[in-house]
Design a binder for this molecule. Structure first.
Ligand code: HEC
Length: 105
């Protein structure tokens, strides 16, 4: 029972430290690592819609829309609910700064 709790707690602590900008990798990169399994490493495909290089504003607005639309329908609505608004901004800023052209559109 105790070892099952350890990993989530360790992850939460890791994110908290990264969020305070003490850890080396940018917080946006850590947060966006969740997106890689479906959108490719750094949002650069291959996978579903390519995110790398899109404007930060567009990414943020899309994610906020998914989060606040009031009903949860698709995969992305669930993803967007997992972050607060500041984290969504960090993710959008990080992904927009990544080079695109990895095979998505
Ligand atoms: C489990 C798979 C999965 C994960 C994880 C995932 N996505 Fe998605 N995402 C999708 C799918 C599938 C679509 C396209 C269909 C849809 O919108 O439901 C999509 C669409 C999007 C779009 C819309 C793109 C466009 O051109 O309209 C954005 C923005 C996006 N995802 C951002 C993210 C971000 C940021 C993360 C990480 C926080 C993330 N996704 C994690 C599967 C995923």
């Amino acid at each position: 029972m105790q070892h099952k709790l350890f990993l989530p707690i360790a992850l939460a602590l890791g994110l908290a430290v990264a969020g305070s900008a003490i850890a080396a990798p940018p917080a946006g990169r850590l947060l966006a690592s969740q997106c890689a399994q479906c959108h490719g490493t750094n949002g650069n495909g291959p996978g579903f819609d390519e995110l790398a290089g899109k404007s930060a504003r567009e990414l943020r607005d899309e994610l906020l829309e998914m989060k606040y639309r009031g009903r949860v329908e698709g995969i992305m609505d669930r993803q967007a609910h997992g972050y607060n608004d500041a984290q969504i901004q960090l993710i959008a800023d990080y992904l927009s700064a990544q080079p695109g052209g990895g095979g998505g559109d």
